[in-house]
Ligand binder design. Structure first.
Ligand code: F6R
Length: 616
């Protein structure tokens, strides 16, 4: 939540800052602002409530002089509503210092009382202004931004990334981080800071990780990083493995449309190099070691939202192939109930961003409790992998639309690979079964591409439903997490009440919701399903049809048994039961996106949300 960018280079700060904010707007879009130190050494700032465009318009009507040093912020509001005055930067030292903040300063109230007692005047309702005034005060004594920030972070509780510039020190941007993301971009005669690499990937693909409780000072020709006590720390440079064009819309109507079109590629890239000679190899797990993997007696998957639904699918596959019991828990619930963890527990965290605070905290907790931690993550150099014993990167490419689509498919793919890897290491699955499952996975990208061909008819369906007030989703077994994912996407994108249910649970209560005209999506298992769930789901369809529901079935191509009972059928290619979710979810992603677009909503930036949830 909140996107941050900092720049020192030549006199084009405004362009760099606005570009960095545009690429990070998915992190928050309640307000945006920039501060620049111009060539005469004067600090000026502009900020505006609303999306980035409001700031761009403001800068056009009320321009500021450009300069070589600047910071920019796009906000997801926590303390204080989304107004101009609460937008960042917040100023200190009589307007000579500007500060931007991502996170929450938990002890801001005490600090504010202290400042008020000293006569400080506040111009916003934010916790961030407390930090700006404190750093300003410290600067008056230290005359050094890095030192001033170091003194202040020692007093702050909570999670924060802070970036500061002061007009008396042009050519310097200082950033500090605790439990919120910050990364350095290394340029040629210019350097950058960003919440993620999207902030500067347009200018450089060389990045440097900043660890917890560290302070980075960037100048045009140098970068230095210390811990909060001022001791120099060693940093690790890495190359960003995607270029700026990957984070552009490239002619699509929205990032989400583009990202759904990339779902086949997201699965293919996640498989790449991991299915070798009809078997599965995950060298990334070497950090944990086969001996430990052979001895683990329980797996706990922790994640939030869509990533947790991927985790639910992972449970089916991992238990089947490795015979290790798997629990799936929401990260924020997991850590506060004193969970039982031993050195034989493998905790698997799943996160697209690698920055979700709830998951990050749960990972730290699990590690401290002695469990082995493996993270499945899509974002190189992010916080969660750094806190884990091993990381299995998904290679879905940058996901910009706030609601996750292609990353979900990549996460499920990674979990299935993990299940096969564990099954091989523990000899709970024979090589033929591994080869068959690996072949199924290898075929998935092409089959998803086939599902994408039905996009036009799904769009039509969505256009008929713009007045719909409520939609239910039903699935059994692996169809259940798909139903949950379909409902979540519809809620967040189209603002329609939607619920996902296990089809077998229907008669235990939810069937009371069915009234004439109620739209129900049903994920129908294959008639070839070895568990014989197909007739049961067809019976469920009949039960709701008898009560007036309108049924849209997602069913295997050629499934004649479902046709007489469904109002609409969206066909998907044939696949083994465990693999069907990777196909069945695709029409649901398209449907939610199209319904949102048909209602004239912002598909990429739904209201009240942000992509990286970096506050608890
Ligand atoms: C829903 C969605 C969210 C995320 C969740 C976890 O479409 O995108 O539910 O899945 O916030 O985010 P990550 O995967 O970044 O930890």
């Amino acid at each position: 939540m909140c996107g941050i960018v900092g720049y020192v280079g030549d006199s084009k700060s405004i362009e760099v800052l606005l570009g960095g904010l545009r690429r990070q707007e998915y992190r928050g879009y309640d307000s945006a602002g920039i501060a620049v130190i111009d060539v005469d050494g004067h600090l000026d700032s502009r900020k505006k409530a609303g999306k980035l465009q409001a700031l761009v318009d403001e800068l056009e009507s009320n321009p500021i002089a450009d300069g070589a040093t600047g910071i920019g912020h796009t906000r997801w509001a926590t303390h204080g509503g989304p107004t101009d005055r609460n937008a960042h930067p917040q100023l200190g030292d009589n307007g000579k210092l500007a500060l931007i903040h991502n996170g929450i300063i938990e002890n801001f109230f005490e600090l504010k009382e202290e400042l008020l007692a000293e006569g400080a005047v506040f111009t916003s309702d934010t916790d961030s202004e407390v930090a700006a005034l404190l750093v300003g005060k410290a600067y008056q004594e230290t005359k050094d931004v890095t030192e001033a920030l170091r003194q202040v972070v020692a007093r702050l509780h909570g999670a924060f990334t802070l970036l500061v510039v002061h007009e008396d020190q042009p050519g310097v941007v200082v950033g500090a981080r605790r439990n919120s993301p910050l990364v350095i971009g290394l340029g040629d005669g210019e350097n950058f800071l960003g919440s993620d690499v999207a902030a500067f990937v347009e200018h450089t693909r060389r990045a440097v990780e900043i660890g917890q409780d560290q302070i980075a000072t960037i100048r045009t020709d140098s970068v230095s990083v210390t811990d909060f006590d001022g001791n120099p720390v060693e940093t690790k440079e890495y190359e960003i493995n995607w270029d700026a064009s990957a984070a552009e819309k490239g002619g699509w109507s929205s990032f989400m449309a583009k990202e759904i079109s990339e779902e086949p590629e997201a699965v293919a890239k996640t498989l790449l190099g991991r299915v070798v000679a009809e078997s599965v190899r995950l060298p990334e797990l070497d950090g944990i070691g086969d001996e430990i993997l052979e001895n683990i007696d329980r797996i706990v998957i922790i994640a939030c939202g869509t990533a947790a639904y991927a985790g639910m699918l992972g449970k089916y596959a991992i238990e089947k192939w490795s015979r290790i019991p798997v629990d799936v828990e929401l990260s924020h619930e997991f850590r506060y109930r004193d969970p039982i963890l031993t050195e034989r527990t493998l905790v698997v965290s799943i996160s697209q961003s690698g920055e979700t605070m709830d998951t990050l905290m749960a990972v730290k907790y699990a590690k401290e409790a002695g469990a082995q931690v493996l993270s499945i993550c899509n974002t190189q150099g992010s916080s969660i992998p750094r806190e884990s014993h091993a990381v299995l990167y998904t290679h879905a490419g940058p996901e910009v639309a706030v609601a996750s689509t292609k990353a979900f498919l990549a996460q499920v793919t990674a979990l299935y690979l993990l299940g096969l890897h564990l099954g091989r290491v523990r000899s709970t699955i024979n090589p033929d079964e591994i080869a068959a499952a690996a072949a199924e996975l290898n075929d998935i990208p092409e089959k998803i591409a086939e599902v994408l061909l039905s996009a036009a008819s799904i769009k039509q369906l969505a256009h008929w439903m713009t007045d719909t007030k409520s939609v239910l989703f039903l699935g059994r077994n692996v169809g259940f997490p798909v139903a949950l994912e379909g409902a979540l996407k519809l809620k967040e994108l189209a603002y329609i009440h939607a619920e996902g249910f296990a089809a077998g649970e229907l008669k235990h209560g939810p069937i009371a919701l069915i009234e004439p005209g109620q739209i129900v999506f049903v994920i129908v298992p294959s008639p070839r399903d070895p568990l014989s769930l197909h007739p049961k789901v067809v019976s469920n369809i009949q039960e709701i049809r008898a009560r007036g529901a309108r049924v849209i079935a997602i069913a295997e191509k050629g499934d004649a048994a479902v046709l007489p009972f469904a109002d609409e059928v969206i066909p998907i290619p044939l696949a083994g039961s465990l693999f069907e979710p990777l196909l069945a979810v695709v029409p649901l992603h398209i449907f939610a996106m199209e319904l949102s677009a048909a209602k004239g909503l912002d598909v990429d930036q739904p209201r009240n949300l942000a992509k990286s949830v970096t506050v608890e």
